[in-house]
Structures are given as C-alpha cells and as structure tokens.
Unconditional design. Sequence first.
Length: 357
Amino acid sequence: MTGTRLQGPADARLADAVRTVATVRGRGQRRSVLVGAALVVCVVAVFALSLSVGDMVMPLGKVVDTLLGGGDGGSQFVVLELRLPRALLAILVGIGFGLSGAVFQSLLRNPLAAPDIIGISAGASAVAVTAALLFQVSGLALSASALIGALASGTAIYLLAWRQGVAGQRLVLIGIGVGTGLTSVVWYVMARSDTTDAQEAFRWLTGSLNGRSWNQLWPLLIALAVLLPATALAARALGPLQLGDDAAAGLGARVEPGRLALLGCAVALAGVATAAAGPVGFVAFVSAPIARRLVPGRGAALVHSALTGALLVLVADFAAQHLLPSVQLPVGVVTSIIGAPYLLLLLARANRVGAGG
C-alpha cells in the first residue's frame, strides 16, 4: 500500500516533466520553422528587389513576365544576363560561406573559427593571386586555383594542429598563424607585379560580384549540389562532437572521422564560394551567430545560418550597387563594414571575461 501511494505522485511528476519537455521542444520547433520561413521570405523579397532596381527600373510584374519568357530584348538582356546571375550568385555564395562558418564554429566550439579568420580564405587568395599575377591564369582556371588553395591550406592547418586528435583552440591559433603567413605571400606577389594587374587582384581580394555572369554561377551551383547533401550527411555527427571528444566517443560516435568529414565539407564550401566571388569578408563569421540568436537552443542552426548568409550577401550586394550614385562597390566592402565591428565587440567581450569582468 505504501509503495502504491508513493508510486502515484512519482508517476504524476514524471508525466508533468515529460509534458513540459514536449511543450518546450514544440515551441522551439515552431520558432525554428517560423524563423526559417521568415528568412526565406526576406531572401525572396531582396532577390526580387535586386532584379527590379537598377539603372533601368522595372516593375515587378515585368520582371516576372521576363523570367517566364516574355518581355522585349532589352528587358531580357538586363534581367536574364545582367541581374539574374548576379543575384543567384549572391544567394549561393552566401549559402556557402554561411554554412561553412556554422560548421566551423559549432564543431570547434569557438566563435573565431571561421574560414576568413583561420586561414582558409587566405589560402585560396594566395594560390589564386599567385596564379593570376605570375602565370596569367584567368576564368575557370583561376576559380579552380582558389579552390585548390583553400583545400591545401585547410589540409595543412589540420595536420599542423593534429596531436592525437584536433583541439578547437589549437586549430584556430594555428589557422590564424598560417593565414597571416599566406596573406604576406599575397602582398609580396602583388608588390612584385605590374600596377594594373595588382589593382585587378586587389579588387578580387575584396570579394566582388561585379561583372559576374552565368560562367561563375554554374560551377558553384554544381559544387553546392554535391556539398550540401554531403554536409547534411556529415552533420549527423555534429551533435555528439559538440559535447566533446570523450562524450562523443561514449555515445558511439566515430570522433576523428566525423570531425574530418565536417572540416572537409566546411573547407570545400568556403573554397567554392571564394572561387566564385573572391574572399567576401565576414559572411561566414557573422552568419552563424545571427542565426543562433534567432533560434536559441537549436544547436548549430545550419539551415538558418545558410539562409542568413544568403540574405546578408544579397542585402550587401544591393547596397554595394546602389549606396553611392554611379559607383558599384565590391560586396566585400559592405560585409566588412558589418563584420569588423562585430569582431571588435567579440574580442572586447573576450578580454573582459579574461580579466575577470
């Protein structure tokens, strides 16, 4: 009888706890879906605005008609050849950088772990600038050299950080050092080159969508068609790995193969995005923190980070085109204006924590 009387309240408390957990989880899932839908709507809205606004302003109805095969020759050229590939490229580049940054930061558990901070973008830039200025490489070959540089620098950083496994803090510090050295290579090659060629290289180094066409879009689209499913598959190991190596191993996760697969996908994502538009600064760095603030408690928020990156690049490129009359800025200038203050804030906050504040 006594055992039965004690069992009833215990069961009731357990049921209440289960209902509470289910309610909280349901709220989190609903917020995640709503935020994701809102991000998609914002991306579509800015995308439509990018196709409508320019030297030749077109009503949205005419833009839609042109996309469906109507319109005159002038509107078809402006929309289909000039604006559409650029806007689509902005979305794809943002997805690549945003997802890459989210994987790096979540896997290494460090807010500084982004490809443009830990040397991946510097590797792409060093090889691409060297190929362009010393060997006169251009077009798809230049994009391929940027991808090779990203993969090579990522491999070097991983091997240098290996000590019976890879610790996030060590990889970030080694990546910053490698990135600094590769940046020195870039400036040395530019200093030894013709002034006109160096100016072109500098324009690429800022990250730009100016003059981009279908030739840059299709390779990036094909690469992302492979990398996005691969990243989704590799991300199944991300949850356990975020708990630490020992906990992940205790849960049955294959720690090092899982980490290597995720790092490989993140490096490749940053590499193909850099190959298409140059090292667009700070997109990978800020997309994931913004996404995690929008959906707190949802872990890495990979999908939301990718959508945030797409929206950030679209908005930045629209501002770069129209912020100053008769001048088109590189999109990397605008993203740096957004990202640099965030980096300073992050470093100041870390300094206060380190000082006991």
